[in-house]
Design a protein around this ligand. Structure first.
Ligand code: ADP
Length: 190
């Protein structure tokens, strides 16, 4: 199994690269952001709860997010591996993921972090907000909050895996194809 965490701040290109990686490696793409948006669109109880956090650019509580992630993995057991996109975003989520995979006799193969400067992130998010309909991409103060939350709560997840020698940074600027090649050359060693 190849279980990859695609990591990086909002707007770093995780979704774009995940779509290319799933094709090449036949993995299942699990994006917690996409799962929340699907639930929000369908007004499920999970969507209604998540909405109040997402609209402010805050994280959805760990217990809610972890249960949703586990359910998605359990629904799809027969795959070559998973790409986790937008998860884990806190140390508690990282620990939960490690324990959850361990129970299944699996582990996280590695974490690849897309490295993109803040100014570029803000530019990309505002651009995406023009036609994605995502409210959290249309407001500068919400974007600023998401980046702040990333630096405070999510960035430590990189160090958590780095200590176990399972994390690397990949330059996330340049053409989509070049970034993809950088990621693939790192996956080769996993
Ligand atoms: P981006 O990476 O562009 O910020 P996502 O689509 O990954 O966007 O996530 C959108 C929002 O969904 C986040 O700002 C957060 O509120 C919520 N969210 C997504 N994944 C998680 C997670 N693992 N833990 C808590 N909240 C999450």
């Amino acid at each position: 199994m190849l279980n990859l965490i695609l990591f990086g701040p909002p707007g770093s290109g995780k979704g774009t690269q995940a779509n290319k990686l799933v094709e090449k490696y036949s993995l299942l793409h699990i994006s917690t952001g996409d799962l929340f948006r699907y639930n929000m669109k369908n007004d499920t109880p999970l969507g209604i709860e998540a909405k109040s956090y997402i609209e402010k650019g805050d994280l959805v509580p760990d217990s809610v997010t972890i249960n949703m992630l586990k359910a998605k993995v359990n629904e799809n057991p027969d795959v070559a591996g998973y790409i986790f996109d937008g998860f884990p975003r806190t140390i508690a989520q990282a620990e939960a993921l490690d324990n959850f995979l361990k129970e299944k006799g699996q582990n996280v193969s590695g974490l690849l972090a897309l490295d993109v400067p803040d100014e570029e992130l803000i530019k990309r998010l505002l651009e995406r907000g023009k036609d994605s309909g995502r409210k959290d991409d249309q407001d500068k103060s919400i974007i600023a909050n998401r980046i702040e939350v990333y630096n405070k709560e999510t960035a430590p997840v990189f160090d958590f895996y780095k200590k176990q020698k399972r994390a690397d940074k990949v330059l996330g600027v340049g053409s989509i194809e070049n970034i993809f090649e950088r990621l693939c050359s790192m996956i080769f060693w996993m």
